[in-house]
Design a protein around this ligand. Structure first.
Ligand code: AMP
Length: 364
């Protein structure tokens, strides 16, 4: 069957960029999203309802040839309901893994993918026992629903113990070794139904206050093959279809996996202008059963997130090589409202252009 309509659970900026990348391929998007002012609403048909509304999910199934999602915290009930009626990509098993940091790290370990040492924590006693193994500092994270650094705390000494338990609340947690990484990187890959797999060049990422600020495409990174081997094992294990991202810590002893995202990823937004085929287009191609496109980078490229508010459009666009992405969201402290991609002919030019853009960003 020739796929024409892709249903997307969620209607944020990722759904918007997926929908936009689908149109030239003859693919229309339908989003299921409760927010009336969803970012993707101007570019997709909008079913306004909760993610677990049965009637709305039925409508989504009736109007879509295939279904995907833009966030990993899809309710279990919804994933099962949708999968029982329609082809759903990536496979719901990927959701179950990525929704729980313990399942995720257990899977990685089983596949021979190195991770920071981790221990489950369900009580103060577990935490104290865990800290005896990790020592200080260590990182306590809620097993579920943590994102952008929320639901986690660094424990540097005895006094931090109770404060960290307050932060994580009553949730089940994992305690991890604090990794003194040299840099944070991510690998993004796309896999088709038939097992064809393509990898983007590694992205080197900078976070502040737990939020991604800056992502840069690397060239011939010495860790590229190691990262590809890690993500390939996950893709094959899950018989995955679509785009998968894996966040990694680079250390002198090798890469350690932090977490995976079974979806398009913020650290790959530079692929829209910076790659032959963007992560969004490759995800749409994969779920629609179309051949995957080249992931090659066109040249030096990087992305800056706009947090809180957008910079002035005219000033940004006056900078050669700059591409403005406004998600149409209301400004709010700490909110991702857009991003700017910068392309250049060589590294020095890229650095110069980035500096000019940083000066225009309201939060930098
Ligand atoms: P996460 O929510 O797991 O992606 O963590 C958010 C950020 O916290 C990461 O991007 C790292 O900068 C930092 N972080 C998370 N886990 C660790 C760790 N075990 N050691 C050091 N830093 C960490």
């Amino acid at each position: 069957m020739s796929i024409r309509t892709v249903g997307i659970l969620g209607g944020g900026q990722l759904a918007r960029m997926l929908a936009l990348s689908g149109y030239p391929l003859g693919l229309e998007a339908v989003i299921l999203e409760p927010a009336p002012d969803a970012c993707a609403a101007p570019v997709a048909r909008h079913i306004k309802a909760r993610y677990d509304d049965i009637q709305a999910m039925e409508t989504l199934c009736d109007t879509s040839d295939v279904i995907t999602w833009e966030f990993e915290n899809v309710p279990d009930k919804s994933a099962h309901f949708l999968a029982s009626r329609k082809k759903v990509y990536p496979p719901p098993a990927a959701l179950a893994v990525s929704q729980d940091r313990f399942s995720e790290k257990t899977l990685f370990t089983r596949l021979g993918i190195a991770v920071p040492a981790f221990h489950t924590v369900d009580s103060r006693e577990d935490l104290v026992n865990g800290l005896e193994k990790t020592g200080f500092p260590a990182v306590l994270k809620t097993r579920r629903m943590g994102y952008d650094g929320k639901g986690q705390a660094v424990i540097r000494n005895e006094e931090d113990i109770d404060r960290s338990l307050q932060l994580t609340g009553t949730h089940s947690c994992i305690l991890e070794d604090f990794v003194p990484f040299t840099r944070e990187i991510s690998i993004i890959a796309a896999r088709s139904n038939s097992g064809e797999t393509v990898f983007y060049p590694l992205s080197e990422n900078t976070h502040r206050d737990g939020i991604l600020r800056y992502a840069r495409c690397t060239f011939n990174d010495p860790r590229q093959k190691e990262a590809e081997s890690m993500i390939r094992r996950i893709l094959n294990e899950l018989s995955y279809t679509g785009v998968l991202a894996l966040e990694l810590f680079d250390t002198p002893g090798g890469l350690l996996a932090n977490e995976m995202a079974p979806r398009v990823h913020n650290s790959g937004h530079w692929t829209i202008e910076g790659s032959v085929t963007s992560q969004f287009e490759n995800h749409m191609r994969a779920v629609a059963g179309l051949p995957l496109g080249s992931t090659a980078a066109r040249g030096p490229v990087a992305m800056l997130n706009c947090i809180g508010a957008m910079p002035d459009r005219e000033q940004v666009l006056a900078i050669e090589g700059a591409h403005y992405h406004d998600y149409g969201k209301k400004p709010r402290v700490g909110r991702k409202v857009g991003h700017i991609t910068v392309c250049a002919a060589h590294d020095a030019e890229l650095a110069e252009r980035l500096e000019a853009i940083r000066r225009l960003l309201p939060d930098s």
